[in-house]
Write a protein that binds this ligand. Structure first.
Ligand code: ADP
Length: 271
């Protein structure tokens, strides 16, 4: 497949600024990339888009608090008395020259930094402790990590020694005209509906952000638009896809619904 056809099949990504160029330059310079930004603002989509444009396979790992170095690197599997080594996703990416995307890396166990550090600096080596191997990364390999610097992560933060190995790229919610385009493209809704949902998101984002763990993201707007396109009234779609997703607290939900009604008109008047 040539670069031209790869570009045509890359998943849709509307750039916020020059992040695609920075991504491509980091790849060309063999530098690892840290993408910062709130949940649902387009980090994963950017990585998927760029992997396709650069013609690299993509291996994504959603990090969680139980994820260890062995989960990334691999382990010995025992079957019928035989022991054989099985590469984990990071080892596969290093050998195959894939882009390895570690989503929400601060969630992972601390022992993962031991394997990430030598890969993320000039050495580009993956140490596999269990087998004694030191695997050099294939040229097409790129390490990309994402991180949501929301207040709940303040304590967990990335260690400076990790952070300083990565080129950093910050994303936020897209500017209104870009976000309208995204909502429309991702849901097939009308321009007018996309504009209403983006106005709603802006009003919700102006609320004191400390009252909410996360704010109304582009992802939630896309979900609401899809429900509306499928035939649900806009009020119900916003209630189900945006408001209920933002809080479980009855008082907060009521306050969010009030903001939504102020922007969209009475919520059940939209059926
Ligand atoms: P994150 O990884 O930051 O949590 P995602 O990349 O999964 O967020 O984005 C969530 C959804 O929002 C995507 O599936 C897509 O529908 C939409 N989206 C957000 N930003 C963009 C963008 N810039 N271009 C295209 N779609 C986007």
């Amino acid at each position: 497949m040539n670069m031209h056809s790869l570009r045509e099949t890359a998943p849709f990504y509307a750039a916020q600024a020059a992040e695609c160029e920075l991504f491509a330059q980091a790849f060309a310079s063999r530098l690892p990339l840290l993408i910062k930004g709130p949940t649902g603002c387009g980090k994963t989509r950017l990585v998927e888009h760029m992997a396709a444009r650069l013609g690299r396979p993509l291996i994504t790992v959603s990090c969680h608090d139980d994820l260890s170095a062995a989960d990334l690197v691999g382990r010995h599997l025992i079957s019928g008395g035989d022991t054989r080594w099985s590469d984990g996703p990071l080892a596969r990416a290093v050998r195959e020259g894939a882009i390895c995307y570690l989503d929400e890396v601060v969630e992972a166990r601390k022992d993962t930094t031991v394997v990430l550090h030598p890969l993320a600096d000039d050495r580009r080596l993956l140490p596999i402790e269990r087998t004694g191997e030191l695997v050099p990364a294939t040229p097409g390999f790129m390490l990309v990590i994402s991180y949501n610097p929301g207040y709940q992560n303040l304590l967990k933060g990335l260690k400076p020694s990790t952070r300083q190995r990565f080129v950093a790229l910050s994303l936020d919610y897209p500017a209104p005209e870009i976000e309208r385009r995204i909502v429309q493209a991702e849901s097939g809704c009308s321009e007018a509906l996309a504009a209403e949902l983006v106005r709603l998101a802006q009003a919700l984002r102006r609320l004191n952000e400390h009252e909410l763990e996360e704010n109304a993201s582009t992802r939630l707007l896309v979900m609401a638009a899809r429900l509306a396109v499928a035939g649900l009234g806009l009020g119900q779609a916003v209630q189900a896809a945006v408001i209920a997703a933002l809080s479980d607290d009855a008082e907060t939900v009521a306050a969010l619904a009030e903001v939504a009604a102020a922007v969209l008109g009475p919520l059940d008047g939209h059926a």
